[in-house]
Design a protein around this ligand. Sequence first.
Ligand code: NAD
Length: 465
Amino acid sequence: MYNLAILGGGPAGYTAAGQAAKAGQSVVLFEQNVLGGTCLNVGCIPTKTLLYSAKQYYNARNAAKYGISAENVAFDFAKMQQRKQKVVRKLVAGIKAQLQGCTVVNAAAGVTAYTEEKITLAAAGETYEAEQLLICTGSVNFVPPIPGIRDNEYVWDSTDALNAKELPQSIVIVGGGVIGMEFATLYHELGVEVTVVEAMPRILPNLDEDCVNLLLEKYRKQGIRIFTSTKVKSINGNQVTVELAEGGGSMLAAERILVSVGRRANLQGLEALKGLELERGAVKVNEFMQTNLKNVYAAGDVTGKIMLAHVASRQAEVAVGRMLKQIPVQRIAYNAIPSVVYTHPELASVGLTEKQAAEFYTEMEGAEAVERKGGLQAFFEVKKLPMTFSGRFVAENEGETGLCKMIIDKRNQTVLGVHMVGNPCSEFVAAASFAVRMGYTVPEFRQVVFPHPTVSEILRETVAE
Ligand code: NAD
């Protein structure tokens, strides 16, 4: 009998397996596809690899503004795809090496029986037993109930798009969320005609509005067509019928239609865990990643909390920490999870947005009290600074704009949220996460020395006296 069985070899599964094995636990990990999960095989890594090629192409075509002439700039999509595969293979090999102390079963597995003392699983005709189970089955693309969307050769999900041998000439992207806008970036920079259809009043609806608006303005100027508050009524072949915000309908046609309207927890293989409690279609867990069933834990997208690889791996650490009864007790600081959207320019953020801060204080204080005290500005303030206040940003981003925005508690000056647009903010949002995680105040933040000249200085400049 193994100490721990893990269902799924994505960021949650492989992190937990490595950590538990290092602590001397016997671990069996089941993965039906390739180790690394969605993130490594058909998500974060392949998209970032292709996006990097697209960025190089864009930079080469726009090199004149840096005093460089480059003629006959071209790209080879097949070579870009080959490089993507090479990057993925290399990283998968790294994970395999990390799991040497574990039994890895490369097959679809499912729970067949559960008692508090023993969990039984089956995979490829074999039976496995373990004292504890960690569910890391991830998520699957959500297919919305739009007539004509299923069994339609023109409709792609993000995996189809990543695996395509050729670029389409034109694409309609349904869903202007993270996946939608990253693919819009990739396709547009490679010369594909892009149209985005977003149901909400704005793209990337959960991110800071000012930052997103800067991106939106740039993308619209560059010729990406973006329809917001627009619902897709039906799809017929390669034609998308939408209901426009201003009323009336319109027909959009393209060579391909990419549907990226979110993902859902993957509950495959869990059917025999009869009493397993779910919440909004995902496995319900407490702060230690324990499900309602004794000795059954879950981590990653399957918990439906925040579907990000770095959240998944941290959740896995917390789960294993709990199984091993580690001291100090591990918890996840959900208030300080950084997120990045790899558009060009990038968006990066951590903590409360202005909208969330407004909702938080209104709920905490009550709308009446907020009004009596002079409005929300009595509770929090917003500091903003254009990225062009950073010398390094100006040197390296000819003609570009960007923004850094901080949300600060008025009473104790704690940094509650940081939101940025401008390259390369993904590389220093971790400093902002640190500040939010540790509850730094503005005076404390001002004492941190940032290297000069770096774009990261914008963080300090935004809160300068
Ligand atoms: P998402 O939730 O980020 O965005 C989906 C978008 O589709 C939303 O803006 C939503 O309003 C819109 N939408 C929903 N139904 C629609 C409809 N019928 N018509 C038009 N628009 C509709 O989901 P996603 O972009 O599919 O990404 C899935 C998950 O993967 C997310 O949790 C995301 O965070 C994660 N992801 C993260 C990264 C990253 O961190 N850089 C990259 C890719 C994916």
